[in-house]
Write a protein that binds this ligand. Structure first.
Ligand code: FRU
Length: 487
């Protein structure tokens, strides 16, 4: 197919823009059989610039079709992150001839130094489409929420709240989230705030998302608030935290003071979920990068990929709630040839698999809670190591020798860790490797770790080493190659 998708480091089963810069996923919504993926996009360079909303669509969340740019910056500002809803009741009046409007709610960002006394202006605007996202009209009375005082005021996520028959918007204002209500997506009233003194605050809050989920295996329902932070994540730079609580139509409350991470890796940021999926599943997509080095990664005509789409579920363990994230079922469609091994390792033993193409594969097995190390390496000895230490309950990822790292100091300078205190005695390990990324899921997504990697040659060898004094049981191991979605 497209030559662009043959480029070194071009992910083969993750979404990337054909050319240009990409950051956050925006406007995730399902409508008339189509999953929309809009994204922060600068088409004219591979670095951040005046933001547009790029656009792609999919019927299965796995195969994507590139569409023309949906929203262009205008005199009111760049088009920053936001969401999209299906206005079934035509509350906006944008609908015509029975056509249901798809409405985008986004932040206008303007460098308006003189007027604002030195700060930029961030206001909220809306636009609509009557042809399922192909063409867009901006609302003439934008902004729908003005702002002259707050430096950070952005990333509106909107959903329809049945009990109050109104639209609810969550946005972020520096160190907290704000909630608004509207009957028509045009007139908004501020209803409450959340977050000061709760969770992680190593950077400004960005890209919120509020939704309800059932606790696995029960009828109990809880509300989840996802918040990205630009700095201060467990392994440095950008990261995604979440709060579990309740939303009564006015207030989101949570007694959670400590922070919880949706993903412990360095490369899963600004993720949000789909509105209106067919079975009301919560499907999450994140931006697979980190503001620490996002502008520096060694790609040429495009920059940055999205994570695999992941289904979110809620688990209750030891009286605490956890948000699990695990690739959606549809990803199985990409599986090809099986390269299987299955083992039980005694102390000091190892499994070695050689001469395989591992850059586009998924490794799955169950392990008992014993120290081990899994390495992927290539002919020139570049390697990425995944180490489990059962005494400290830490999973670690070492990408310092994984390939190109010197494009940025922060990229390869330390061991990344993930605290896995709730891991059961036997757990599944699932590892997705693409041309420039690795996504690790433990216990079906209870713990996730996402990381970019830039090996100079394909990883062709996998080693699993028993680092403990007793048996390491590796069971049901399969390694499958994954097909490209661009061919
Ligand atoms: C998050 C973010 C958002 C903002 C967008 C601008 O990565 O900083 O808060 O809307 O990127 O591109």
């Amino acid at each position: 197919l497209d030559e662009a998708y043959q480029e070194t480091y071009r992910p083969q089963y993750h979404f990337t823009p054909p050319t240009g810069w990409m950051n956050d996923p925006n406007g995730l919504v399902y409508h008339e059989g189509i999953y929309h993926l809009f994204y922060q996009h600068y088409p004219n360079a591979t670095v951040w610039g005046p933001m547009h909303w790029g656009h792609a669509t999919s019927e299965d969340l796995v195969h994507w079709k590139n569409k023309p740019i949906a929203l262009f910056p205008d005199e009111k500002g760049f088009i920053f992150s936001g969401s999209a809803v299906i206005d079934k009741l035509n509350t906006t009046g944008f609908g015509k001839d029975g056509k249901v409007p798809l409405v985008a709610i986004f932040t206008y960002f303007r460098l308006d130094i003189e007027k604002s006394g030195g700060i930029n202006t961030q206001t909220q605007g809306i636009a609509y489409s009557l042809d399922n996202g192909d063409t867009w009209t901006k609302y003439e009375d934008n902004p729908v929420i003005d702002n002259t005082t707050m430096k950070d005021f952005r990333d509106p996520k909107v959903f329809w709240h049945d009990p109050t028959e109104s639209w609810i918007m969550t946005l972020v204002a520096g160190n907290h989230a704000k909630f608004y209500r509207s009957k028509d997506l045009k007139q908004w009233n501020h209803i409450s705030d959340f977050g000061v003194g709760q969770g992680a605050h190593g950077g400004v809050w960005e890209c919120p998302d509020l939704f309800k989920l059932k606790v696995e295996g029960t009828d109990e329902e809880k509300w989840v608030l996802i918040i990205s932070i630009g700095n201060g994540s467990p392994n440095g730079g950008s990261g995604t935290q979440y709060f579990i609580g309740d939303f009564d139509g006015d207030n989101f409350t949570s007694d959670q003071i400590e922070y919880k991470w949706l993903d412990w890796g360095t490369d899963n940021y600004a993720g949000v979920t789909y509105n209106d999926t067919p079975k009301q599943d919560r499907v999450f997509i994140g931006w697979m990068s980190n503001w620490q080095y996002a502008l520096k990664t060694p790609t040429s005509i495009w920059r940055s990929a999205m994570t695999l789409p992941r289904k979110l579920t809620l688990r209750k363990q030891n009286d605490s709630y956890y948000l699990a994230n695990y690739p959606v079922e549809q990803v199985h469609r990409l599986e090809g040839k099986k390269i299987g091994v299955n083992n039980n390792l005694k102390a000091g033993e190892e499994i070695v698999l050689e001469n395989e193409k591992l850059n586009q594969s998924v490794i799955t097995f169950t392990a008992n809670k014993n120290d081990f190390e899994l390495s992927l390496s290539n002919e020139i000895n570049e390697q990425v190591n995944i180490i489990f230490d059962s005494v400290s309950n830490l999973f670690m990822l070492d990408r310092s020798q994984s390939g190109l790292t010197n494009f940025n100091y922060d990229f390869g300078n330390k061991l990344h860790y993930m605290s896995v205190n709730e891991l059961p005695e036997e757990f599944e390990v699932k590892i997705y490797i693409d041309q420039s990324s690795i996504e690790i899921f433990l216990d079906k997504g209870l713990y996730a770790m996402t990381s970019q990697l830039f090996p100079s040659e394909e990883y062709s060898k996998m080693t699993i080493k028993n680092n403990s004094k007793s048996n390491l049981e590796i069971k049901n191991q399969t390694i499958k190659s994954l097909k490209s979605i661009w061919k």
